[in-house]
Design a protein around this ligand. Structure first.
Ligand SMILES: [Fe+2]
Length: 281
């Protein structure tokens, strides 16, 4: 699968703030949108410092202790994901007001995130396939067709190890695949993939049917975080039922339901005052 060279691509039509009218159009037409300046630069720098220092520390510790064994990159990454998910930085990331405002424009006011984080450093020393991904659709691994996949690089991206996308490919529907590889479709050629140029603080939202992959391995380790967001009331896939989801924001109608307390709308349950637990939300 060919990728276009960096200097042949203009990203202007893909890059918007969440208040631009073209923000939604880009997501609908191309299957993705780069949302500008969602996170403050210094916040992304703190995230980078947190994950890069721990990743390198765990890797060096293992090499020192077991110099003749293959570094367990996946194990190190899983350990780091658990640590990241329990950190205040992670909670700050998923509750950033600009992020929720942007998501709300696509998914509506009731927002949740799936409790599974994608974090796979693209390390030039690591040759395993889960890290370097060829073109694929996120639905292959159980993401729902109504969800928004987010991808946040923790530094400015580099063409040699960034996210590759095939603009508009979400409208092809589910593509045939075997062993995590795209199969040819007779009489149909997949258009060229483009490597995305993303600045620190930007986030990419993409549709779960969008063909995407990794452009390659560079000289440095690439760090990015992938989180899948959804409307709280959208159907869950079987895989997502296993992971569970976390509520991030309730819309006005849901807040009223919350106050009433149950699906049976018990009469006068909160008559004369708010429910005692209401202020917690
Ligand atoms: Fe993916």
């Amino acid at each position: 699968m060919k990728a276009k060279k960096k200097d042949t691509i203009s990203h202007d039509k893909y890059k918007w703030t969440s208040t631009d009218s073209q923000f939604i159009e880009s997501f609908v037409e191309f299957g993705f949108v780069i949302v500008k300046s969602v996170f403050p630069s210094d916040f992304i720098e703190r995230m980078y410092e947190f994950v890069s220092s721990r990743y390198c520390e765990y890797k060096e510790e293992f090499i020192k202790a077991s110099p003749n064994y293959q570094v367990p990159y996946i194990g190190i990454t899983k350990k780091l994901i658990r640590e990241l998910e329990g950190s205040s930085l992670y909670s700050e990331l998923t509750h950033t007001p600009a992020l929720l405002e942007a998501l709300e424009r696509i998914l509506g006011p009731d927002l949740s995130k799936i409790c599974a984080t994608g974090f796979f450093p693209v390390d030039p020393d690591d040759n395993s396939s889960p890290i370097f991904k060829s073109l694929h659709q996120e639905v292959w691994t159980g993401v729902g067709p109504d969800d928004v996949v987010s991808w946040t690089p923790l530094h400015n991206t580099r063409p040699e190890d960034t996210l590759l996308v095939v603009p508009g490919s979400h409208l092809f529907g589910m593509l045939p695949n075997r062993n995590r590889k795209l199969l040819p479709v007779e009489g149909f050629e997949i258009p060229e993939a483009i490597p995305l140029q993303i600045q620190k603080g930007d986030i990419v939202f993409f549709h779960s049917l969008l063909l995407h992959g990794t452009s390659g391995r560079g000289e440095h380790i690439r760090y990015a975080v992938q989180i899948n967001y959804r409307n709280t009331f959208a159907p869950l896939t079987m895989q997502q039922k296993g992971y569970g989801f976390e509520n991030l924001k309730q819309g006005p109608m849901t807040r009223i339901r919350q106050t009433l307390g149950n699906d049976y709308l018990t009469p006068l349950r909160t008559y004369g005052g708010k429910a005692t637990h209401y202020e917690e939300y």
